[in-house]
Design a protein around this ligand. Structure first.
Ligand code: G1P
Length: 303
């Protein structure tokens, strides 16, 4: 069965970005000039996804407005002949995609949020795309998962090696064997293990392709780590009745879910952005020079 549907959870409170996220959806924070959630929607589209369900929390209306038309703005840009800007605005209406919305009434964890996608998904395989991870590769990561699914017809999720001391921030896999290059059979999926207990350094990054049987598991899933219903726990249970593979992503991953990662991603994307790349590059080089001089001035003079 063709993979046509994607679920994007966007119900988190965004506490890591307060006060910016007091009234603004975290998913609307821009990387240079584009909201992070637009990158996710573009990856879905480039992977052949047709229908998207965004699972929202409170105060997320700006997401719906972003993917809607904006007649006043469009008219204004048209009258002023600002064709380039008009094109940018028109791209956000996600032409060729249907976007649906539902609310998760309480933030009870990722596994709970996915439960709300049950009737949207019905009995099809689908992808889950988390907004904190932006991925860059020749073939979009979601498409890579779909390609694997077409061979195996099994659930599969994306993993990437992370520094050992960071594993406790992720779901981690206990790989059993590498059945094909970068494709793993998995013994266990563990949500946010203590560093010393982590079965590997292969962390689950925010892309999953799941069979609809996950909903039967989620319906019975008890709260896990942090008192929240964890998708990782449900996937671990699913893996006991039908195989769930892990696919190692070799491309570039940008974690925009924390302050440093967010700023770093802005710099990296800024260095590729046609309008600002030259100016930004010159600024970074000059700043590095200044910082080196400041550091040198702080060091005690050699005897
Ligand atoms: C979630 C998942 C975790 C996964 C991570 C990837 O955690 O629960 O298994 O590794 O996303 O970004 P969160 O970052 O929402 O705490």
């Amino acid at each position: 069965m063709k993979v046509r549907k994607a679920v994007i959870p966007a119900a988190g409170l965004g506490t890591r970005f307060l006060p910016a996220t007091k009234a603004l959806a975290k998913e609307m924070l821009p990387i240079v000039d584009k909201p992070t959630i637009q990158f996710i929607v573009e990856e879905a589209k480039a992977s052949g996804i047709e229908d998207i369900l965004i699972i929202e929390g409170k105060g997320k209306r700006s997401i719906e407005d972003h993917f809607d038309s904006a007649p006043e703005l469009e008219q204004n840009l048209q009258q002023k002949g600002k064709t380039k800007l008009l094109n940018l605005v028109n791209q956000t209406t996600a032409a060729g995609l249907n976007i649906y919305y539902i609310r998760q009434p309480y933030p009870n964890g990722l596994g709970d949020a996915i439960r709300y996608a049950k009737s949207f998904i019905a009995d099809e395989p689908f992808v889950v795309m988390l907004g904190d991870d932006l991925m860059s590769d020749e073939v979009p990561l979601t498409k890579q998962l779909i390609n694997e699914y077409e061979k195996t017809h099994a659930s599969i999720l994306a993993v990437k090696k992370v520094p050992h001391e960071e594993v406790s921030a992720y779901g981690v896999i206990d790989p059993q064997s590498e059945v094909d290059t970068g494709l793993y059979n998995v013994n266990k999926f563990v949500e946010k293990p203590a560093v010393e207990d982590a079965p590997s350094d292969l962390a689950i990054i925010g892309r999953y392709l799941l069979t609809p049987e996950i909903f039967d598991v989620l319906a019975k899933q008890k709260p896990g780590k942090g008192g929240e219903v964890q998708l990782t726990d449900a996937i671990d249970t699913l893996n006991q009745t039908q195989r769930v593979f892990a696919h190692e992503f070799k491309g570039q991953r940008y974690d925009v879910g924390n302050k440093f990662g967010y700023v770093r991603t802005n710099v990296e994307y800024g260095l590729e952005h046609p309008e600002i790349k030259d100016e930004l590059r010159a600024y970074i080089l000059a700043t590095a020079d200044r910082l080196r001089k400041e550091d040198a001035a702080k060091k005690p003079a050699k005897k």
